[in-house]
Write a protein that binds this ligand. Structure first.
Ligand SMILES: NC(=O)c1ccc[n+]([C@@H]2O[C@H](COP(=O)([O-])OP(=O)(O)OC[C@H]3O[C@@H](n4cnc5c(N)ncnc54)[C@H](O)[C@@H]3O)[C@@H](O)[C@H]2O)c1
Length: 449
């Protein structure tokens, strides 16, 4: 094979050991690949070396530490180690600022890599990028090595499609889309993923096609959630339970599957859904194509924190309470259930608005790092749910962590206000649980419920 030897152990370097890079590196090392993880952040490298990892992905710290203990995984800031490997995977951050890609990390990674690139190596780009970037930016930068893409080294784009919370399992089971510079690049990447993690390969006919695959997925998810959020707003005024509607609507067959309306919630956060749609919108606009659905969906999803606050105000008013005399206990501050990830969390604008309205706010999230919560929210989180709930007029469950099932609101009834409201921002309590809340004197309000 042109870019990957047919024999012996395959070795890999992962450039950018953040959430994605660490997941890929840990899984590969767990499958017996010799992996070197390279990151420009010496603090991150030192922490990994000291077996201190803050990624909230279940199982990831353990897998990283076992890779490091076995010697299969090494972490370093030293780019020189890329020269020894067969495959180089790039997973540095590609943020978007005001719809514009910030490509400085990616450019710098490619420039450093080009200084050490060796004949026969395969470069796999995993960072999310606008269509055309692999061909128009990455390839020329790598050719700064003096080597020719497609002849001396291979280049493919393989979108990262893992979802936080299930990333390790998905990395071992999800098909991998591969879009290559040339058939030899695709063949080498397919062989690499098949040999190492036994992945099913989906071949895309160009790097651009694979780049759009990633963006199309997140465009669809963001758009779908926006529809669910608007459906929830409609169901609320019709006094219809949106979850009942979604469950029934989703039984209808359409295309290759069923109608699949996702769930409404307090809002959309994280680093991907808030930026990838803008990346594709911008790419289209640069080519004189106006994508109208993207700004609309972003606006709808961004409206949900304010909508959630309105629901709280409305419910408080029913019992004659004003926001500026209320205490709100917020349970769950991460952007996603069952993670402690605070990146672009929609809970932050909710808390800010509640405080601007004069409410006293307490916060409890057993999964989020308390130092990070304090830094981002400017509030020290409570150590226990009981402490956060004490005297609350409203319990706002804004991340539906499974661990909150252990909190028995009914047993804590005496410690909250008599007319306490449970605001369900994404816990999606069952009808039975809601009836039980109501039997014990709680008011209940959900998004679209
Ligand atoms: N987080 C997700 O769930 C997710 C999912 C799919 C795709 N992605 C995409 O994957 C990419 C990485 O995302 P992430 O969440 O891991 O980002 P991250 O910010 O957690 O990690 C990026 C890492 O790259 C390092 N880095 C920056 N410049 C570097 C350089 N020149 N050389 C070496 N290291 C460098 C940073 O220090 C950081 O540790 C992004 O393009 C993102 O859009 C992320």
């Amino acid at each position: 094979m042109k870019f990957l030897s047919d024999q012996g152990n395959t070795s890999a370097a992962v450039i950018g050991m953040g959430y994605v890079g660490s997941t890929v590196a840990a899984v590969l090392a767990g499958e017996g690949v010799d992996v070197v993880g390279i990151d420009v952040d010496p603090a991150l490298v030192a922490q990994l070396e000291q077996r201190r990892c803050w990624f909230s992905e279940p199982g990831l710290p353990e897998l990283l530490y076992s890779g490091l203990d076995s010697g299969r995984l090494r972490v370093t800031t030293d780019y020189d180690l890329v020269a020894d490997v067969d495959v180089v995977i790039i997973a540095v951050g590609t943020p978007v600022r005001d719809t514009e890609l910030v490509d400085v990390y990616l450019r710098s990674a490619c420039t450093e890599l080009a200084k050490r690139l060796r004949e026969g190596q395969l470069v796999i780009l995993k960072s999310t990028v606008p269509p055309g970037l692999s061909r128009n930016v990455v390839a020329p930068l790598l050719e700064g090595s003096g080597l020719k893409v497609g002849e001396d080294f291979g280049l493919v784009f393989c979108p990262e499609r893992l979802s936080e919370g299930q990333a390790l399992q998905e990395m071992r089971t999800f098909p991998i889309a591969v879009g290559g510079w040339c058939p030899d690049s695709v063949a080498a990447a397919a062989a690499f993923w098949q040999r190492t993690i036994g992945a099913e390969i989906i071949t895309c006919t160009s790097t651009e096609s694979a780049e759009v695959v990633k963006l199309a997925s997140n465009w669809w998810i963001d758009h779908n959630i926006a529809m669910a959020n608007e459906l929830a707003k409609l169901c609320a005024v019709l006094d219809v339970d949106v979850l009942e509607v979604i469950a029934a609507a989703n039984t209808m067959q359409k295309g290759t599957g069923n109608v699949n309306i996702l769930l409404p919630s307090v809002g959309v956060g994280g680093s991907c859904l808030t930026k990838d749609p803008w990346m594709v919108w911008r790419a289209a606009r640069d080519r004189d194509v106006e994508l109208n659905t993207i700004p609309v969906a972003r606006e709808v999803n961004d409206s949900m924190p304010a909508y959630t606050v309105d629901l709280i105000v409305e419910e408080l008013a029913r019992s004659g309470k004003r926001l500026d005399e209320a205490k709100i206990a917020v349970l769950g501050v991460s952007f996603k259930n069952n993670t402690g990830d605070l990146r672009a969390t929609p809970v932050l604008p909710v808390v800010n608005k509640l405080q601007q309205g004069g409410a006293e706010v307490t916060i409890y999230d057993p999964l989020a790092d308390s130092g990070e919560v304090k830094r981002i929210f400017g509030l020290a989180p409570s150590e226990t749910a009981r402490e956060a709930l004490s005297g609350a007029d409203c319990i706002a469950v804004l991340a539906g962590h499974d661990r909150f099932a252990e909190i028995d609101f009914v047993a804590l009834r005496e410690s909250v206000a008599p007319s306490c409201v449970i605001l369900d921002g994404r816990a999606y309590y069952s009808r039975e649980t809601i009836d039980r809340f109501r039997e014990h004197g709680f008011a209940y309000r959900g998004i679209g419920r």
